[in-house]
Ligand binder design. Structure first.
Ligand SMILES: *Cc1c(COP(=O)(O)O)cnc(C)c1O
Length: 403
C-alpha cells in the first residue's frame, strides 16, 4: 500500500473496497456540496432535458453503431463500432464535460478548473465552458505544455487561462494534485471538472453516469439491429470513463466486458501503463484504487505512446469489476497499436485514436476469444487526427517501413 496515504476523511463512494474520499479536510465541504447538488439536479426532468439537448444539438448525439463488416470478417465475429469519434471534439470526452459544466451552472458557479495531460480534456472542458458561458482555467504540467503545442494553441483560441505546473515531474499526476489544492480555496465560485472516472467521491460516480449515455444508446441500437444484447463489449481506457460509460447499463446482464490498457513497450512497471498487470491498490488523488507504484508505494508515472492512456491509476469501479471477475483486464503493446491504426485505416477507412486502437489491436491479436456467431461492440472512443504526428513519426523515423 502507498505510504503517502492520507487518512480517509469522508466514508462515501465505495465500490467494494475501492474508492472513498482520501482527501485533505479542507476539500470535504466542496465534495459534500457537489454530491448533494448532483443527486438533486441529475434526476430532475429539467436537468435531463437540458443535458439531452446539449448532447444532441451541440454534440451530435446519438452517435451511430456501425456494423464494421470488413473488420468483422478479419476477426471472425460480428463487430459493431460505437462511433464516439463522431461526437464533437473527436472523442467521448464531451459527454462528461457538458454534463459537469451544466451541473456547475445549476450550482451557480461561474468558473471551471481542470487539469490535462495531452490537452484533449482541457479542450473538451473549454468547449463545454464556452457553450455554457463559464470561464475555464486549465492546469498543465510544464513538460506536457512543451509536448502538446497544438492543443495548447486550441485552448488559447478558446480563451482558456493555462497555469503551468512545475512541481514534481511536470506531468499529469502533479497537475491533478495542484488542481485539487487550488479547488479547496476557490470552490465557492469554481467547479473542478474531473476528466475521468477517478478522484474522490462523488467524481467517479458522476462521470460514469454522464458517460453512460454511451451504453444506453448501444443497448437501444443493438436491440434494433440484432434483436438482442451483444455477447461482449471491448473498450480501451485509463481512468475508465469511456469503458464504464459503455459497460454500466449492462452490468447486470449476460455481457462480457474486456478492458484494454496501455501495455506500453513491455510489461514491467518502468515501461508500461498497465496498472491492472503491474500495479496494485493504493491511494491516488483521493481514492483507493489500482495504480502504478514502486516498492515503497510511491506513485509511478505511466508509460505508453498513447497520451490519453497516460494516467497511472484505474478508476475505483473498474478496479472493483476487475477484482470481482466481472471484467477482464487486458492490454496490448505500442507496436501492435500502431499496426492496428494502419489496419483499421486500410480495411474500414477509419483512423482511430491511439487510445481506441488499443481495443482494435486486442481484438486482432485475440481473435480466438470471439466466436463465429458472437456479436461484439467495440467502443470506438475517438478519432486519430490528433495523433497523426505520432503515427507518422513511428512509421517514418524508426525505420519500420512504409505506411
Ligand atoms: C481520453 C481518452 C481515453 C481515455 O480516457 P478514459 O477515461 O479511460 O476513457 C480513451 N480514448 C480516447 C479517444 C480519449 O481521448
Amino acid at each position: 500500500m502507498n505510504k503517502l496515504v492520507q487518512v480517509e476523511v469522508g466514508g462515501r463512494g465505495r465500490y467494494g473496497e475501492f474508492g472513498g474520499q482520501f482527501v485533505n479536510e479542507m476539500l470535504m465541504p466542496a465534495l459534500i456540496q457537489l454530491e448533494e447538488k448532483f443527486e438533486k439536479h441529475y434526476p430532475q426532468t429539467s436537468f435531463r432535458k437540458k443535458f439531452e439537448n446539449l448532447l444532441k444539438n451541440f454534440g451530435g448525439r446519438p452517435t451511430p453503431l456501425y456494423h464494421a463488416e470488413k473488420f468483422s470478417e478479419l476477426i471472425g465475429c460480428r463487430v459493431y463500432l460505437k462511433r464516439e469519434d463522431l461526437l464533437y471534439g473527436g472523442s467521448h470526452k464531451l459527454n462528461n464535460t457538458l454534463g459537469q459544466a451544466l451541473l456547475a451552472q445549476e450550482m451557480g458557479k461561474n468558473r471551471l478548473i481542470t487539469e490535462t495531460a495531452a490537452g484533449m480534456h482541457g479542450v473538451a472542458t473549454a468547449i463545454a465552458g464556452n457553450a455554457l458561458e463559464l470561464d475555464v482555467g486549465v492546469f498543465m504540467g510544464t513538460r506536457d505544455i512543451d509536448r502538446q503545442p497544438s492543443n495548447v494553441k486550441r485552448m488559447e483560441l478558446l480563451g482558456v487561462e493555462i497555469t503551468p505546473v512545475k512541481i514534481g515531474r511536470g506531468v499529469l499526476k502533479d497537475a491533478v494534485s495542484d488542481t485539487l489544492r487550488e479547488w479547496a480555496s476557490c470552490s465557492q465560485d469554481t467547479h473542478y471538472l474531473m476528466g475521468s472516472t477517478v478522484g474522490p467521491h462523488p467524481f467517479p460516480e458522476m462521470v460514469a453516469r454522464f458517460q453512460s449515455v454511451i451504453g444506453r444508446e448501444i443497448k437501444n441500437q443493438i436491440i434494433e439491429k440484432e434483436g438482442g444484447l451483444p455477447d461482449a463489449i471491448v473498450a480501451c481506457g485509463s481512468g475508465g470513463s469511456n469503458a464504464l460509460g459503455a459497460f454500466r447499463p449492462f452490468i447486470d446482464e449476460d455481457v462480457e466486458f474486456y478492458f484494454v490498457e496501455g501495455g506500453g513497450k513491455s510489461l514491467d512497471a518502468d515501461n508500461s501503463a498497465a496498472a491492472f498487470q503491474v500495479g496494485a491498490p493504493g491511494v491516488i488523488h483521493g481514492a483507493l484504487t489500482y495504480t502504478l507504484q514502486d516498492e515503497a508505494g510511491q506513485i509511478k508515472p505511466s508509460k505508453t505512446r498513447s497520451a490519453g492512456l497516460n494516467y497511472p491509476a484505474r478508476g475505483p469501479q473498474l478496479s472493483h469489476l476487475y477484482e470481482t471477475g466481472r471484467m477482464k483486464a487486458c492490454y496490448t503493446f505500442d507496436d501492435q497499436v500502431f499496426e492496428a491504426v494502419k489496419m483499421m485505416a486500410k480495411t474500414e477507412g477509419l483512423i482511430p485514436a491511439l487510445e481506441t486502437a488499443h481495443a482494435v489491436a486486442y481484438m486482432i491479436d485475440n481473435k480466438e476469444k470471439f466466436g463465429r456467431y458472437e456479436t461484439v461492440v467495440l467502443n470506438y472512443s475517438g478519432r486519430g487526427d490528433k495523433d497523426m504526428d505520432t503515427i507518422l513519426r513511428y512509421f517514418d523515423d524508426e525505420n519500420r517501413g512504409k505506411i
